[in-house]
Design a protein around this ligand. Structure first.
Ligand code: SAH
Length: 429
């Protein structure tokens, strides 16, 4: 066991060790080269040698036994490698080595090994070993290549880690991160990395547990928001508490992830938070996320722009302002020939339907509502403007949902208005 520990992580620990390698083809040669580079005393059992091994043998750098394999050849060995194309022979080598308690590695056959050879990346200040237990050598190699490409960055991060230990009060930072619409697969790689390394996560109620569970187990997780109340006095209090917490945690030297649903800069108050942080002199960074409009459009196969149908897309907030119960949006100024995307609108969908009609949107304009876009409970309902209020009520659509209005909102292919869809034109119809 102690021998295994000694040899497992890095190959250059073989300095001075007696190693028996059975087989000197391409795989065996790679192992032999690495062992010699690590200073091992290598004995090769092989009837035929690769040119490289032949040259090394001629130079006296290793011992060659041109016989068939025999267990006696292991007598001196501290490590054994089997790398022949003959699986049965490899198995025998492995069995004999095990019987003698000599660590053995069989190429491409993890179940015959008592130790595995990890892919190794060496930087100036670190050696990283990657293993998939012999099951996915391709994946281990890909990861090694990735680490090799990022060697410099890893060194910087190691240095940062060392300093973190040395300097108690490091400078904190706030990352205002978009969590996307809810499906963890739609997080950005950067968002995932930041979540995993965060000291604290301040999240919105719309961010699902599936995503939160990706955060580091040690991170403090805080949620101030209550479902529903997005405007008025309660919201201001809540926003104040969020600002205060971000600043306090960052001043403690923490890496703070302010996790918001969708994109932080789309109806997410990300701008206000960034303003506050810059006023307080706290370093911050904004990491974009997939906004609900994009995710819901993809879910409903609804092109936000489409040649000949919509050449603009407008995001509007449909909720009331909390004052007169009306919308802050001047619906009459919105383009009627584009796609309208209404966030936070379902609670007052009847009012929105009225306002759109009053603003001159034709009553046969298609609409689509996507509830819980990208989540397991996702639903899509469609219709035309005259039936919007009724349909939303009958289908019991609840927040979170996005309302799309425009000629792109009907079902594909678009051939409902006598206009030919590209597909039909292509078919010569
Ligand atoms: N910053 C977020 C929006 C926050 S406002 C973003 O970029 O997506 C909250 C509103 O977003 C909800 O009322 C709803 O209209 C919409 N929303 C968020 N997630 C949603 C989802 N998974 N499906 C449908 N609508 C969603």
């Amino acid at each position: 066991m102690s021998a295994m520990r000694r040899y497992l992580p890095v190959f250059h620990d073989v300095l001075g060790a007696s190693v028996l390698v059975v087989g000197a083809g391409a795989v065996g040669t790679r192992k032999i080269e690495a062992l010699l580079a690590g200073g091992a005393r290598v004995t090769v059992v092989a009837k035929e040698l690769s040119p490289a091994v032949g040259e090394r043998a001629a130079r006296g750098e290793l011992t060659v036994l041109r016989d068939a394999f025999h267990p006696d050849q292991m007598r001196e060995a501290e490590l054994v490698f089997a790398a022949t194309p003959d699986r049965e022979l490899n198995r025998r080598v492995s069995a004999e080595a095990r019987r003698r308690c000599i660590p053995v590695n069989v190429a491409d056959s993890p179940e015959e090994c008592t130790f595995l050879l990890p892919a190794v990346v060496r930087g100036q200040e670190f050696t990283a070993a990657i293993s998939t237990g012999g099951r996915h050598p391709g994946a281990a190699r890909a990861l090694r290549e990735f680490l090799e490409d990022h060697r410099a960055e890893i060194s910087v991060r190691l240095e940062r880690g060392r300093r973190r230990k040395r300097i108690a009060a490091r400078q904190g930072k706030v990352f205002i991160v978009g969590a996307g619409p809810g499906d963890p697969d739609l997080l950005t790689v950067r968002a995932l990395g930041l979540l995993r390394s965060a000291d604290a996560v301040i999240y919105d109620y719309l961010v699902p547990q599936d995503i939160l569970s990706l955060a580091s187990g040690n991170a403090v997780k805080i949620c101030f928001a209550r479902r529903g109340r997005t405007a008025g006095h309660g919201a201001i209090m809540k926003q104040g508490a969020i600002h205060e917490a971000m600043v306090r945690l960052a001043r403690e030297g923490k890496s703070v992830v302010r996790l918001k649903s969708g994109d932080p800069l789309v109806f997410g108050r990300g701008g206000e938070e960034a303003e506050h942080l810059s006023r307080e002199g706290i370093p911050f960074e904004i990491v974009p996320g997939i906004t609900a409009a994009m995710a819901c459009a993809a879910a409903a196969v609804l092109p936000l722009t489409h040649r000949g149908r919509s050449s603009s897309v407008t995001f509007v907030a449909g909720h009331d302002t909390g004052e007169k119960g009306g919308s802050a949006v001047d619906w009459s100024r919105l383009p009627k020939d584009g796609t309208l995307v209404v966030y936070m609108g379902v609670a007052r969908v009847a009012g929105i339907a009225r306002e759109l009609a009053g603003a001159g949107f034709p009553l046969d304009t298609p609409f689509a509502i996507v509830e819980n876009g990208s989540r397991p409970e996702q639903r899509v309902v469609r219709g035309i403007l005259s039936g919007l209020s009724r349909t939303a009520l009958d289908s019991g659509i609840r927040s979170p949902a996005i309302l799309f209005v425009g000629r792109t909102a009907s079902l594909l292919p678009f051939n409902d208005t006598g206009e030919r869809s590209d597909e039909l034109v292509a078919q010569g119809l």
